[in-house]
Design a protein around this ligand. Structure first.
Ligand code: CP
Length: 304
């Protein structure tokens, strides 16, 4: 499969057409780990913010394909701590690696990295802005469990203001037909107006505070993003605003699915884990095939 993917940056889900999203998901479904596919290639994993899933699944995907990984998981252990700029860090990394994966607390940092680097850059989360590869694996999970990406009733629950995964996912859903979005958040944490403007006319959405899950095909729960609050007292007011427990799940049909980008910090009770609708751990496992597919497409332009 030849494509225009080779050498491309992945900064925002806005850059993807429906066809391109579907192409990645199809490629992920076919991605068998050829242990020689990326032999000799090096991925720089530059994580200036904490991560479990994104960092480990990118590394696992690269190594399963025969590539190598260099990098760090905190800016504090790099020369950033001595005052080096992000641009200079990227100039070094592009000389050491064939592709850069970056997570950084500042919105726009991945774009700056891509504008600086001559190798492909993947945004693994830039502040509250975007997390495009998470969205691809979210869509992969929805397709896997619901069988399609059109004509779905989807509830986004939790911190819609600071949660970058819901921003990316909401934008991605404008590419599909017949989507009804229920935006469930505390009044102080609504979906940003810029994202709502993108939805306008393309996605039928309604905003509400009440945790009403009835009739939903997909419940996408997010953590209240404590680290993004300028004032911890504001966080304390909304902490624990929603808890998806077995009682809340009684409103769900048997075919509904519950997703969460994880980590969770109490917003899905552990008693929910054994319900058939609970798919969040399987969702996270999809990070491997989706990221294997992306790495091959960006580095080789084709799947092995
Ligand atoms: N979903 C996600 O981005 O998880 P991590 O923060 O653990 O990478």
């Amino acid at each position: 499969m030849r494509s225009s993917w080779q050498g491309r940056d992945i900064i925002s889900i806005r850059d993807f057409s429906r066809e391109e999203i579907e192409m990645v998901l199809q490629a992920a479904g076919r991605a068998h780990p050829d242990p020689d596919a990326l032999r000799g290639q090096v991925m720089a994993s530059l994580f200036f913010e904490p991560s479990t899933r994104t960092q480990l699944s990118f590394a696992s995907a690269m190594e399963r394909l025969g590539g190598k990984v260099i990098g760090f998981s905190s800016g504090k252990t790099t020369s950033q701590a001595k005052g080096e700029t992000l641009q200079d860090t990227i100039r070094m990394a592009e000389g050491y690696a064939d592709l850069i994966v970056i997570r950084h607390p500042l919105e726009g940092s991945a774009r700056l990295a891509a504008d600086t680097a001559s190798v492909p850059v993947i945004n693994a989360g830039d502040g509250t802005h975007q997390h495009p590869t998470q969205t691809l694996l979210d869509l992969y999970a929805i397709k896997q469990f619901q069988g399609h990406l059109d004509n779905l009733k989807i509830g986004l629950v939790g911190d819609l203001k600071y949660g970058r995964t819901v921003h990316s996912l909401a934008t991605a859903l404008t590419r599909f037909h017949g989507i009804e979005l229920r935006l469930i958040s505390p009044a102080s944490l609504p979906m940003p107006p810029a994202v709502l403007r993108e939805l306008g006319g393309l996605v039928d959405y309604r905003e509400q505070e009440a945790l009403d899950l009835s009739g939903l095909d997909v419940v996408y729960v997010t953590r209240i993003q404590k680290e993004r609050f300028p004032d911890v007292e504001e966080y304390e007011k909304v902490k624990g605003a929603y808890v998806i427990d077995r009682a809340a799940c009684r409103a769900l049909g048997p075919e509904a699915i519950i997703l969460h980008p994880l980590p969770r910090v109490g917003e899905i009770a552990r008693e929910v884990d054994s319900l058939p609708q609970a798919k969040y751990f399987q969702q996270a496992q999809g990070g491997i095939p989706v990221r294997m597919a992306l790495l091959q497409l960006l580095l080789k332009g084709e799947l092995a």
